[in-house]
Design a protein around this ligand. Sequence first.
Ligand code: NAD
Length: 516
Amino acid sequence: MQPSGTKNNTDLENTRMTSITNFINNTRTHSESSRTAPVYNPATGEQTGTVTLSTADETRSAIAAAQAAFPNWSKTPSVVRARVMFKFKELLEQNRDKLAELISAEHGKVFSDAMGEITRGMEVVEFACGIPHLQKGEHSLNVGRNIDSDSLMQPLGVCAGISPFNFPAMVPMWMFPVAIACGNTFVMKPSEKDPSATLFIAELLAEAGLPEGVFNLVNGDKEAVDVLLTDERVQAVSFVGSTPIAQYIYSTASANGKRCQALGGAKNHMVIMPDADPQQVVSSLMGAAYGSAGERCMAISVAVCVGDEVADNLVEMMKSEIRQMRVGPGLGVEPEPHMGPVVSREHQQKIISYIDSGVEQGATLVVDGRGFKVDGHENGFFVGPTLFDNVTTEMRIYQEEIFGPVLVVVRVDSFDDALKLINDHEYGNGTALFTRDGDTARQFEENVQAGMVGINVPIPVPMAFHCFGGWKRSVFGPLNMHGSDGVRFFTRMKTVTRRWPTGIRAGAEFSMPTMK
Ligand code: NAD
């Protein structure tokens, strides 16, 4: 592998220290909080900003703004709400480069990857543009003689979103476009590690014509989150992050009478059958394991090889591919690195300690990413791509989510053993199978216990019009993100059964009816 790029760093690497505040009622609002957190450029290790850690009262004032905006917004016709989404989509397209730079500068991922994240988020905005159709509800004529029934899909009120660091644009866009399009108002609490992209999105929403108070953003940590989980004005909480926090969010929100969807961590396995095309497997695995430095909830972190021959071949090919990898800052280097730094010094150290534990527990360290340095970026939070072979199920590097550029190879004898391995793991977010055999693929699709399944597709992230979410301890709550689940999550059904006495039939309107 090659450390890449020591020159041509963009100005973003040397930005002045920014102060990242809240956004309430379409205005950046100064915080009175005495608590702040540092924001870093992971490529240099330098602090570039300070983010407000909002007080409970500030969080309550964001909820109050959302509460005040709800009556009018919820009565706004769905076509009008959709038009704001269309405009927002247009602004996202126009400001895509700037947004991608903000993501890269605080998260560390390479620019093209940040652009990809924005595309996936924009697809949810496109989905939300279809809300007049999606929120039509249900109608049955003559459920009894001359009696009709309608199921109305009404918005809930104030909804809250709490997002992780790894997709500061996409994950918030899994949540609020659907919520707002359905007529709810929203309070977003982004990750305190890379909050600028979400703040910029809030400004684009205001520019798109979203009325004051419909979308509000509070930066902060547990203090702000706990208000969102307990304040009785908040009706629903949408969360994405690590499993222990997801479980806490789900149990606390539910205990306080809110509906909650809480997506957690992952350990995604890719099964490689002997009949799979080796080159296709290796190309897919390289991107899926090391793209975004492995900090994706859909990253492949376990390669399950069926048979020693498959494993020997895979490890040799991966070793040579890893040697070709370019690792460097996410911005300002040509050609662009394949992989950037990880998000923080703390996370870098955590990943390294996982690698140490793999060695201590007897796995074969094929490529060691510890001590990896990029020239000119010696203080950056880099970890080199790491590959372990002969990993077994009792090792921590197999059991736990590392969330870094560490791929472990597990050897099994049969497809059934591979399937059992996946089904026995505590997580069940995504999984993939590489094979040319339809029968094996069918067995896998039907019997694997994971929420998102790829057949010869390494990262099977569902499109916005399908639902995103895992199984087992990768998710808490019955409804997943976007698609039909998203609309169901952010609306509640009211079923009206109606009978009219026979009577007047008059007052015809002859001009073309329009929405007013
Ligand atoms: P995290 O759980 O540390 O933080 C997520 C959010 O929760 C942040 O906004 C944070 O401020 C807040 N938070 C943290 N501790 C809290 C506490 N004690 N009380 C209340 N709120 C708290 O997650 P992260 O490190 O930002 O993100 C990485 C994790 O997210 C990984 O586990 C990854 O798998 C997961 N993730 C899952 C999905 C998915 O779709 N399942 C998608 C993206 C990320």
